[in-house]
Unconditional design. Structure first.
Lengths: 705, 208
């Protein structure tokens, strides 16, 4: 056996622990033995009654009998002896007093049993058996009351009734000592056995305490490690939860728009693919794709900033989501483009009704950081049909329809039909063919004279670009210029036009040898106007062509100028500083700020042809033209009326004191050679002033051209 | 709690003491003493031994206390070693059949060498010896003179050494004894209404 470390023996807590364990163990034995004696006493009480009934059931007097007093003694006296210790064993288990009462009662019971059995010598073994049983307590002190009871019994009875103990009337006290001596003899062995048992119990307690102490460190380490593991586990769980959250977020992000939370293109296309599959399986199933594009989103972005633009997109997304049915899919493809998948439609009208509802939902103002912003949306609708097998196709057609809605004036919806596709394909072809347009020399200029309404003299030309397509033939500018604007091809085209017009005018000026340069008007697109190196480009063109800057008049639409007032003002001032003339084109069709207008270094206003064409038929329009004339006169600007086609228009314009005009009434746009011929014809005597042409009758000057 | 426990313990001991006292009182109270004839009754049908002493014990066949007397008789016969002839008269009331007397005590008595159990119908023989208490033992010498009369147990139903047996053994072995009488502890042989003619049953205080 492992020895206890010496230092532990002097360790007071250790000794205290040993004592506690020893006491706990003894207490456990006491309680267990109390219960055992309680059971034993009940059994021996019953056995006493049985013995009395067996040995002395009745007492007799002749032929008469009655219950023997032994039976009553076994029942009542035996019960009195037994029940009190039994009660204590149950109510106060483990208490010292319980043990002493039990020991006393056990001896009394032995005495009663001996008496009931007629003092048989065999019954005396009950005494020694009881003493042996009492040693189960492992407490030698319980033997004291039992021994005292036996000794007192024999002493008293030996003293007053010796016959009952010794069978003789007079005995020596040695008999009493002999009787008590045998009891003490057994007690001696029992005490020795009990003390040995207690010693072993102390050893067990010591070893247990030793084991506990040895385990303390281990348990502490286990506890620490358990704490560490628990912390690690918590950390791990947290990481797993975070990772799961991130994965869910990634999965969500993969299929949703980060800004609006709507489905993104991938998810929309997936739903669209499912819808197509369903449509192929079920002939009655119909669906539609709505392609939405905000009409003035760029204005919001440019004026209120991108944050406001994002807020607008979120607001639009929210309204769209709220307006849709649960089974439909709303997505944001990007920018200001949204798509909607409408499931289970009955007919096209239903899709159009939804589109109209969406437009009305978006009609109320959005509050963007204190600014009330109104927006409209153009919607293209593509309905499911047998022709569609790929989601990209139906989405493309919805997009095409949306463009059609835009072209038709925005803030409306259009349902896709095959003609749109043809147009779109045509447009695509134009876009494709437009690449390398300048290098392939497919562009050419035509020139329309600007004449004095009063004198009929040529006061300048406007250069108009034309595209001679090798396969499609002559393509009007109204068809390809918007495409060029969108695709950015307007930049190289504009450069070419500017250079070619300047080159032509320079040549004509040299040929005509005019003192005052005849100006040629060239349109500048919005994109061109916003180019940062516009000034350098013009300087370079003027230098290369040798054109007097006064011979170049740049026409800019009022919308382009007004959308970028600060930049436009600066650019216009720089251009004016070069000596270039400036003109506001299509005046009256866009929006202008009159306060800014007077600040611009603009020399000419060009009244849009729409006013001129309706002027003779509408008094209101005539008043507008008159007002523009007044405005220009007050600001010291020249006015050119565009689209003059009749004598009446010319006459009325003259009445309004409009000085210049251009239009079919005077001349259609003509190629460079014709224009040159006209110019030479009109100015045969260069240096003598402008030649007056007779434009009294349109056929005359058309013939001249 | 301790005071309550002490009080309860004291009461408990007192109660047990009282019960024990009653029990001891019962056990130590002798039965009615007999005025045994000094000479062997001539009318007795029990024949005394001519060459040795004759012992006659009157017994109630169902008295549990007499079991101790039979046990002491067995020891006595062992200690006397053939110096005495013994009879045990099992008194049978007249209104009982012949088998009533043949109890376990009869069998115990019959098993003792030198002892003859005798059925005493109506207690006639017991009456001739004036026996009134079960366990009443009388000893006559070969000449028919009374040597001893009394019980051979120290208490009712209590086995063990006692003055009566010691006196008889002494008379048989040494011819003398310190006493010729002893109290008898046992059940009454007769109820008041069953006493044989001329016999009076009563209790006397045991005197040593």
């Amino acid at each position: 056996m492992k020895r206890i470390p010496t230092e532990w023996c002097a360790d007071e807590p250790f000794q205290r622990r040993v004592k506690d364990l020893f006491t706990e163990h003894r207490q456990s034995i006491f309680k267990r033995t109390d219960r055992m004696f309680a059971a034993l006493m009940v059994v021996q009480w019953a056995a006493g009654i049985a013995a009395a009934l067996w040995l002395s059931p009745k007492t007799w007097a002749g032929s008469y009998s009655q219950t023997h007093i032994h039976v009553w003694a076994a029942v009542f006296l035996g019960g009195a002896i037994s029940l009190f210790p039994v009660a204590l064993a149950l109510l106060r288990p483990g208490a010292a007093s319980t043990r002493y009462v039990i020991a006393t009662a056990q001896m009394l019971m032995s005495s009663l049993l001996i008496h009931l059995t007629g003092g048989r010598i065999e019954t005396h073994f009950h005494v020694f058996g009881s003493l042996a049983f009492l040693s189960f307590y492992r407490d030698w002190r319980v033997l004291v009351p039992s021994t005292v009871v036996v000794a007192a019994d024999h002493f008293l009875r030996g003293m007053f009734w010796p016959e009952s103990v010794y069978g003789v009337l007079a005995v020596s006290n040695w008999r009493w000592l002999e009787h008590s001596g045998w009891v003490l003899f057994e007690d001696t062995f029992l005490v020795i056995a009990i003390r040995r048992g207690m010693s072993e119990m102390r050893d067990i307690a010591t070893r247990t305490a030793e084991g506990e102490r040895l385990n303390e460190g281990l348990e502490q380490r286990v506890a620490e490690r358990t704490t560490q593991l628990a912390a690690s586990n918590r950390e791990l769980e947290k990481e797993v939860a975070e990772r799961k959250l991130i994965e869910e977020q990634l999965l969500h992000n993969a299929f949703h728009d980060g800004l609006t939370g709507l489905a993104n293109r991938a998810l929309f296309m997936d739903h669209l693919k499912l819808a197509l599959g369903r449509a192929e399986r079920h002939a009655a199933y119909r669906f539609a794709v709505l392609f939405l594009d905000l009409d003035r989103f760029k204005v919001v972005n440019d004026s209120l900033g991108h944050m406001a633009g994002d807020q607008l997109l979120v607001g639009v997304a929210r309204r769209l989501g709220a307006a849709m049915r649960p089974g439909d899919t709303v997505s944001r493809l990007g920018g200001d483009e949204f798509t909607v998948l409408l499931n289970d439609l009955n007919d096209a009208e239903e899709a159009e009704a939804v589109a109209a509802r969406l437009q009305s939902e978006l009609a109320p103002a959005f509050n963007l950081g204190g600014h009330e912003v109104f927006t409209t949306v153009s919607i293209g609708i593509a309905l499911s049909g047998e022709d569609y097998h790929r989601p990209e196709d139906i989405l493309r057609d919805a997009d095409t329809a949306m463009y059609r809605a835009k072209m038709l004036g925005k803030a409306r919806h259009a349902v896709f039909h095959q003609a749109m596709h043809a147009r779109a394909m045509d447009r695509l072809g134009l876009e494709r063919d437009m690449r390398g347009l300048v290098e392939r020399r497919e562009l050419f200029l035509q020139y329309q004279p600007i004449v004095s309404l009063a004198t009929g003299s040529v006061r300048g030309f406007e250069a108009l670009v034309r595209w001679q397509h090798p396969e499609r033939g002559l393509i009007p500018p109204a068809k390809f210029i918007p495409i060029a604007e969108e695709t950015g091809m307007i930049i190289p085209i504009g450069k070419w036009v500017l250079a070619e017009a300047c080159r032509q005018m320079s040549r004509w000026q040299k040929l005509s040898n005019l003192e005052a340069p005849l100006p040629i008007s060239v349109n500048l697109s919005g994109r061109q106007f916003l180019q940062p190196d516009l000034l350098e480009q013009i300087q370079e063109v003027l230098r290369e062509t040798g054109l007097d800057p006064r011979g170049l008049k740049l026409e800019i639409t009022e919308t382009v100028v007004m959308e970028n007032i600060e930049t436009a003002t600066h650019t216009l001032e720089q251009l004016r500083a070069l000596g270039v003339e400036l003109s506001i084109d299509d005046f009256g069709t866009g929006y202008s700020s009159l306060s800014y207008l007077q600040r611009f270094p603009v020399s000419t206003l060009k009244i849009d042809r729409s006013f001129v064409s309706q002027m003779t038929e509408s008094d209101g329009t005539a008043e507008i033209v008159r007002t523009i004339m007044k405005l220009a006169q007050n600001l010291g600007m020249d006015v050119v009326a565009e689209g003059v086609e009749t004598e009446g228009q010319r006459a009325q314009l003259r009445d309004f004191k409009c000085e210049l005009g251009q239009g079919y009434f005077f001349s259609k746009p003509m190629d460079g050679d014709a224009a040159e011929a006209l110019l030479l014809n009109c100015f045969p005597h260069a240096g003598t002033g402008n030649q007056v042409l007779n434009f009294d009758a349109p056929p005359l000057h058309v013939a001249a051209v | 709690m301790n005071r309550l426990l002490l009080t309860a313990g004291a009461l408990w001991l007192l109660m047990i003491g009282a019960g024990t006292g009653l029990l001891w009182n019962y056990a130590s109270t002798p039965g009615a003493a007999a005025s045994t004839p000094d000479r062997w009754p001539a009318a007795s049908r029990v024949k005394p031994a001519a060459d040795r002493a004759t012992l006659v014990m009157s017994a109630h066949p169902h008295c549990p206390c007499t079991r101790a007397s039979i046990g002491e008789l067995a020891r006595l016969m062992t200690q006397a070693r053939g110096r005495v002839t013994a009879y045990v008269l099992f008194v049978e009331p007249s209104n009982f059949s012949g088998e009533w007397a043949r109890s376990d005590l009869w069998a115990s008595a019959a098993a003792i060498p030198g002892v003859t159990p005798v059925r005493d119908g109506g207690g006639v023989e017991a009456g001739r010896f004036h026996a009134a208490t079960s366990g009443q033992t009388v000893l006559y010498d070969a000449a028919g003179n009374l040597l001893f009369s009394g019980g051979i147990t120290s208490a009712r139903g209590h086995a063990g050494d006692n003055a009566g047996r010691a006196a008889i053994v002494s008379l048989l072995t040494a011819g003398e004894a310190d006493r010729r009488e002893a109290p008898v502890f046992g059940c009454p042989l007769f109820a008041q209404t069953e006493c044989p003619a001329g016999m009076e049953v009563g209790r006397e205080k045991n005197t040593h």
